[in-house]
Design a protein around this ligand. Structure first.
Ligand code: MG
Length: 266
């Protein structure tokens, strides 16, 4: 019997192969996929929205929000540090650089679930050590930090290295490039959900560091903090993206984000 079915399937495949111009647009008599409202090969399921990828890996796709294209910081606010006057960071040669003491940079746009691409360079010749060497940070929702640091040969603590979910999870491996070379983070973030003040779904983050996975849908256990654990505090479904001023010179370029809307969009 098994042999009969195998032959039957093989003949079916052959029949399809012999009709290369026959577009199979789906079925209405197949079983439902477990946990979904769609049938296997459902004819009525929305086709994926077309997105044109960038010319090369790392370039923004057609549905990305460009946060820095090498020219200006019009997508960013500079609220200033602890009540001091706002001071923008410096733009030159296709990148921008932290002005130490100026305070964090914060996007005007707000994000919930997101894909983020961001590149940064540590400056050669920095002789500081530990958390003082090239410290900055990608502040997702302006509070969950993926650490930016010059971790090339630096002996700082594991959960404070570049790529760490600061104070919570070290990167699985240290994939940083030498100072003077550009590093890239590709981040997928799932925003937390709150009901009133109560957290009902924690945030999760996946991070590729120069193409190397360093977090795989890792749960974030609270906002960024130093030497303590901070509890979650309810916030909006979308919040700005921040970049940390930690009194060090770090350069950034090619920053873009996509708002993630899930499957079966129409
Ligand atoms: Mg930092």
């Amino acid at each position: 019997m098994k042999k009969f079915f195998a032959t039957f399937l093989a003949l079916g495949a052959l029949a399809l192969a012999q009709k290369p111009n026959t577009a199979v647009t789906g079925y209405t008599d197949t079983p439902e996929i477990p946990g979904q409202k769609w049938r296997v090969h459902d004819a009525t399921r929305p086709k994926p929205v077309v997105v044109t990828p960038g010319a090369k890996l790392g370039d923004p796709p057609s549905d990305a929000i460009i946060l820095f294209d090498g020219k200006d910081l019009s997508q960013w606010d500079f609220p200033g540090k602890r009540g001091k006057a706002p001071k923008p960071w410096k733009v030159e040669n296709g990148y921008f650089e932290i002005v130490p003491g100026a305070g964090d940079a914060v996007t005007k746009e707000k994000f919930g679930d997101m894909q983020l691409h961001i590149e940064y360079m540590q400056l050669p010749g920095n002789t500081k050590l530990g958390q003082n060497r090239g410290n900055s940070g990608v502040l997702i929702m302006n509070r969950y930090e993926i650490q930016v640091l010059d971790s090339y040969g630096d002996p700082t603590y594991a959960d404070g290295q570049a790529g760490a979910i600061y104070g919570q999870w070290p990167p699985m491996v240290n994939a940083i490039r030498k100072p003077g070379e550009w590093n890239a983070y590709d981040i997928v973030f799932e925003a937390p959900k709150f009901e009133g003040e109560k957290l009902v779904k924690p945030p999760f983050v996946t991070v590729f560091f120069n193409g190397v996975m360093v977090h795989n849908r890792q749960e974030i256990t609270g906002p960024m903090a130093h030497r303590v654990n901070l509890p979650f505090k309810a916030h909006g479904a979308e919040e700005p993206l921040g970049l940390q001023d930690h009194n060090e010179f770090v350069r950034f370029r090619n920053i873009w984000a996509r708002k993630l809307k899930g499957y079966d969009r129409k």
